[in-house]
Design a protein around this ligand. Structure first.
Ligand code: SF4
Length: 65
């Protein structure tokens, strides 16, 4: 199953928690210094859910794609 990942970059505080928990999906955009998803649609996973749950700003939204 695929998931769509939306990151509210305005609220992202660049802590990199999502990158540490789920590096398959998240990376830092070096120009913006904000998190971004490797692509709009990714494979759903437990790590992806955990990254969204652990984001201190709660700015990661995951929905079925
Ligand atoms: S965990 Fe949340 S606040 Fe931290 S870098 Fe990722 S999206 Fe930004």
């Amino acid at each position: 199953m695929n998931c769509r990942v939306n990151i509210d970059t305005y609220r992202c505080n660049s802590c990199e928690t999502c990158v540490v928990i789920c590096p398959e999906v998240f990376r830092m955009n070096s120009a913006l210094e904000k998190a971004e998803s490797a692509s709009d649609t990714v494979a759903c996973s437990e790590a992806l859910d955990r990254a969204a749950a652990m984001c201190p700003e709660k700015c990661i939204e995951i929905e079925p794609a």
